[in-house]
Design a protein around this ligand. Structure first.
Ligand code: HEC
Length: 216
């Protein structure tokens, strides 16, 4: 046995003797800090929903229920019809605008998968009170956003069972990352490190562009 190993066994003995849970340390190499996460703790964070539907929780929600939640918790920023208030993002509209100079990227015009919408809202919204919705609420809100984008009728009920029947209009325009072939060669040459540009001119400032939404 090496000297190092003897020292760490002695350390474990001390930890056990003082009433710590030695088992939590014994399995991990390294510095013996922290503890293993409990199954419940991992489950609470392991909420990602993937494009193939893996991770969707049991539940369902109707467009009409979603409308109620939306008016209460979302419309103040995203607009009654998802058209956006001020500089908050729009959630509906924008069809056919993606090739414009100023594209309007919404769930209906831009997002590839409805699972991403469900996952995103569950993690982040409403802004400032994230992770406060039940699974049923999330199905209802997602159903309402489909309705705002004219993708379902007002009597639609979205559930774990029929979720993948809904595809978003822009899905086909996404493709697998090909940058290793298309872009890497462009940036793999000898970099320019000196006198690469004649001069730098500041043309505008973020403050003047009004990039951040106001607070009132
Ligand atoms: C206080 C304002 C506010 C409220 C209320 C709010 N949001 Fe948001 N929402 C935002 C902001 C700001 C962003 C952009 C966040 C970012 O890009 O990091 C956003 C982004 C989003 C997006 C992504 C938009 C995109 O295409 O990039 C969705 C979807 C969304 N919100 C849904 C909701 C839903 C559903 C509710 C109600 C349950 C809600 N939001 C409530 C402010 C708000």
């Amino acid at each position: 046995m090496t000297r190092l190993a003897r020292v760490s066994f002695a350390f474990l003995g001390v930890v056990a003797g003082t009433g710590f849970v030695a088992g939590a340390y014994a399995g991990s190499a390294g510095y013996g800090l922290g503890r293993l996460a409990h199954g419940e703790e991992i489950a609470a964070w392991n909420t990602d929903v993937r494009a193939d539907g893996q991770g969707l929780p049991a539940g369902s929600g109707s467009v009409l229920r979603g409308e109620e939640i939306y008016f209460e918790s979302c419309a103040s920023c995203h607009g009654d019809f998802g058209e956006a208030v001020g500089r908050f993002p729009a959630l509906a509209g924008g069809e056919g605008s993606l090739s414009d100079e100023d594209p309007v990227k919404t769930v209906g015009s831009y997002w590839p998968y409805l699972t991403g919408v469900f996952d995103y809202i569950g993690r982040t919204m409403p802004y400032g009170d994230a992770r406060s919705f039940s699974s049923d609420d999330l199905y209802a809100i997602t159903a309402y956003i489909l309705y705002l984008n004219d993708l379902v009728d007002e009597d639609y009920m979205l559930s774990a069972q029929n979720f993948l029947e809904n595809s978003l209009p822009n899905e086909g325009n996404f493709f697998l990352d090909d940058r290793a072939i298309t872009e890497l060669p462009l940036f793999s040459g000898e970099p320019c490190m000196r006198a690469c540009k004649e001069g730098v001119e500041i043309t505008s400032r973020a403050e003047l562009l009004d990039i951040t939404p106001g607070t009132n």
